[in-house]
Design a protein around this ligand. Sequence first.
Ligand code: UD1
Length: 364
Amino acid sequence: MKIFLIAGARPNFMKIAPIVRAFDSCDNNTIEYKIVHTGQHYDHEMSKAFFDDLSIPDPDFYLNSGSGTHAEQTARIITSFEKICIEEKPDIVVVVGDVNSTLACSIVAKKLLVKVAHVEAGLRSFDQSMPEEINRIVTDSISDYFFVTEKSGRDNLIKEGKPDHAIHFVGNVMIDNLLYQKEKLEKSNDLSFKSVSLKKSLGLYIFLTLHRPSNVDNKDILYSIIEALNLISKEIKIVFPVHPRTKKMLDSFGITLSDQIHCLQPLGFTEALFLWKDAKAVITDSGGLQEETTALGIPCFTLRENTERPVTIEKGTNVLIGNRKEDILSAWDAFTHSVQKIGCIPELWDGKAAERIVDILLNS
Ligand code: UD1
């Protein structure tokens, strides 16, 4: 059986790492897997650094799709992935998450009558102004295997008419990766990260990430978020690895950050974990960090009105705070002056999701 595993953007790399390990450790020698990197993210810090950090083997195919409008980027991935699919004839294409690469490669596979397996299927924010929501809906509309991370994923898919037998509640590969890398980090004596001395000097701090177009592409919204963060940074320092999109927008709008906000280049997975696992709180608009903070019990404030990952609110440490200055400040005030939310670990977030996925792919 020939399986293609697709990765394109930074959040995909964490998700394929445990699947690669699960493939490598299974003794079924009828299976051949190939890694396809679409090139959606291409900067060293956004791509190669993750492959090295997470010990993912070099991709078998690199599509070099690069940035552009959604149509340009998606079209380039479709065109180049189709050629490889026709030549290599995989039996199954495994896509993860909700980025443009997920969408583009599913469409190509399905039209060539290749089975599509979607890891992290069924998540819905019910907000179609989010490009990722469209990617999720379209990918799920043509997938053959649905691997879900939380109960809401199954419920959404059933409501959309997907067959029950194709939906598999397997847990969360993002958490497989987190638990694996956390253990490795704890065993490692050799911490050569640039941020080791910064962390020592900070005392208490917040870890911040910010990159979603709805937060950073509009000047007033970005200004309002940064104004709130500048005020919070008077009480507690903030560490901020800056995504390339956000850097570009901050520069072009001429928005300045307080000197209590420590801006860093985008970080590798382990160095980011090294920083956020000991943070007083995380403020983010990322999808993955909402889940990872829940898994480690770190308070998380999400700069969005909705989430496709409701279990992080119902069971975990996540709180939605939107992107308005007053709301961010009042959420911070409530956090510092009242009882903090205590979370618990969602069902099956036990580090074994990738093993379950590979088992199902090989035996169904
Ligand atoms: C993409 C995903 C988003 C994910 C995010 C994580 C989609 C629709 N969005 O958003 O779900 O949370 O990745 O990072 O797929 N750029 C660089 N270097 C790079 C990559 C991008 O400088 O290696 C710059 C480019 O100028 C580009 C911009 O960042 O225009 C945005 O990149 P893009 O891949 O379009 O989307 P992200 O915002 O990263």
